[in-house]
Design a protein around this ligand. Structure first.
Ligand SMILES: Nc1ncnc2c1ncn2[C@@H]1O[C@H](COP(=O)(O)OP(=O)(O)OP(=O)(O)O)[C@@H](O)[C@H]1O
Ligand SMILES: [Mg+2]
Length: 263
């Protein structure tokens, strides 16, 4: 059943124990199947917002108040047990440093099948053929010999593709990608951006693409939000934001670019 309204509609404030007000009534809506960009400078609160959506802040000593309406339910009201059903299955997360997110002691295939089982995928049979299909869809070698490799035998770009594979294993409705390209060289960055665009199209998966790079966010996303010192100060269609920024900070960001792609 498809419910009316956005896929995700949030309004959040976040405090860390020694640092209050890191997010202040930050509001964001994500429509079904859209790629939306969240851009902000270092320290503006981007990762805080990503972790808050998945209710993972307490591992960093943070606490959130507000609402996170996702598919008609307020995630803020769910228990930890209920959230475990949401993480990975309905909302998945991809982080910045692919190598540190993989276990160097385990073969790729083992890590993929653990991710498969952790969220209740059906047992073994079916798993390998589904994994090979997914590897193909992210342009990794779709071969069983690839599954026997260790993470250190991969390039950083391949490792990021692998983490994206893990994130999309269960066909989440929303993928939160927190600076997924900042550890990559420019060519690999642009390949990963194309991969996000394709996965969004082919899987109808909404993506919250978080970046401190305004131009790559603009090239990928139809709508963008600008986070500045814990507040969403600008939110709209990318072209509109570039042509008519509302906030002085956004104007400064755009003026600092070598070229405005919409003028
Ligand atoms: N565990 C923590 N305890 C206290 N303060 C924290 C904690 N984690 C983050 N902060 C502070 O909260 C603010 C937002 O941090 P956050 O990591 O969300 O920023 P960011 O926008 O993701 O930055 P970057 O682009 O560098 O990843 C920063 O000022 C940071 O110092
Ligand atoms: Mg961050």
């Amino acid at each position: 059943m498809s419910l009316p309204g956005p896929l995700l509609n949030l309004r959040l404030s976040v405090d860390y124990s020694n640092r209050p007000g890191v997010l202040r009534h930050a509001a964001l809506q994500i429509e079904r199947s859209e790629i939306i960009g969240l851009m902000g400078e270092s320290g503006s609160g981007k990762s805080t917002l990503a972790l808050a959506i998945l209710k993972l802040l307490r591992y960093r000593g943070g606490s959130a108040t507000g609402e996170i309406h996702f598919k008609g339910r307020d995630l803020m009201r769910l228990s930890e047990r209920e959230m475990r059903q949401v993480r990975g299955r309905e909302i998945a997360l991809v982080l910045q440093s692919p190598m540190s997110a993989l276990n160097p002691a385990l073969k790729i295939g083992t890590q993929l099948s653990e991710a498969w089982r952790a969220h209740g995928g059906p047992p073994r049979n079916g798993c390998v053929s589904r994994l090979l299909d997914l590897l193909k869809s992210v342009s990794l070698p779709a071969e069983e010999s690839f599954l026997r490799r260790y993470p250190q035998e991969l390039s950083v770009g391949q490792a990021q593709r692998l983490l994206i594979t893990m994130a999309i294993l269960h066909g989440p409705a929303l993928l939160v990608a927190d600076e997924p390209t900042s550890a990559l060289d420019v060519i690999t960055q642009s390949e990963i951006l194309q991969l996000f665009a394709r996965l969004n199209r082919e899987l109808n998966m909404a993506i919250l693409f978080i970046s401190h790079d305004l131009l790559s966010t603009a090239s990928l996303c139809r709508r963008i939000a600008i986070l500045h010192r814990g507040e969403i100060i600008e939110f709209g269609k990318t072209e509109q934001v570039f042509r008519n920024p509302v906030h002085a900070y956004t104007r400064r960001l755009i003026e600092a670019l070598p070229k405005n792609p919409f003028l």
